[in-house]
Design a protein around this ligand. Sequence first.
Ligand SMILES: O=C[C@H](O)COP(=O)(O)O
Length: 250
Amino acid sequence: MARRKIIAGNWKMNKTPSEAKELVELLKPLVNNPDVDVVYCVPAVDITTVVEAVKGTNVAVGAENISDQDKGAYTGEISGDMLVDAGVKYVIIGHSERRGYYSEDDAFLNRKVKKAFEKGLTPILCCGESLEQRETGVTMDWIRLQIKSDLQGVTAEQAKTMVIAYEPIWAIGTGKTATADQAEEVCKGIRDTIAEIYDTDTAEKIRIQYGGSMNAGNCKELLAKPDIDGGLIGGASLKADFGQIVNYNK
Ligand SMILES: O=C[C@H](O)COP(=O)(O)O
């Protein structure tokens, strides 16, 4: 069975609640594609507004982060239960901006992935190499290490339902996209890693996105690759272009 494409916007720290509402309204007529799952991953403070604004549409809402803890004295944290109660279905975990700027390491991210599953949320787990790692030829070794650590204790049944986003750090927000062949090579490598950790059935079911300067111009070629099941879009998710990406096959 063919994997269904999943196109997710990662709004990052860009929209106030009122701006978020405007963006949802702008995108509403543009993001209908029966062949594609559409997700808006939004700042925590926008979640309630966006959940309300997408009611009755095909769009699901995701969070950009989750606490590894359940509840209690963790100032500033947002728990899985809070996200679920607010109507969130997906959560981005391990984005390179969180790994880099906030020193989130693999052991911490592994706890978040497990917490997301425990609460019934679908993790979008990010991985990817730096420019230096690509240039020294260790891309796949690095990514294999990230995935193996971040998925420790995750069952095959859980892994089948999740999403992995391959995001080369050098391509994020730089306008420099990986070529479709480069992106496919790593996404295929990720699928092989999943087969190694689990089995081929799990590898065939897990969805793998590409992220890094994906836009209306390059999405068709990237999404035509056999192991690229969607995109995690930053900059281009904040404008009408996102509709063109969702409708890449039209
Ligand atoms: O999560 C999204 C990625 O960081 C890609 O961002 P970008 O599309 O602005 O390069």
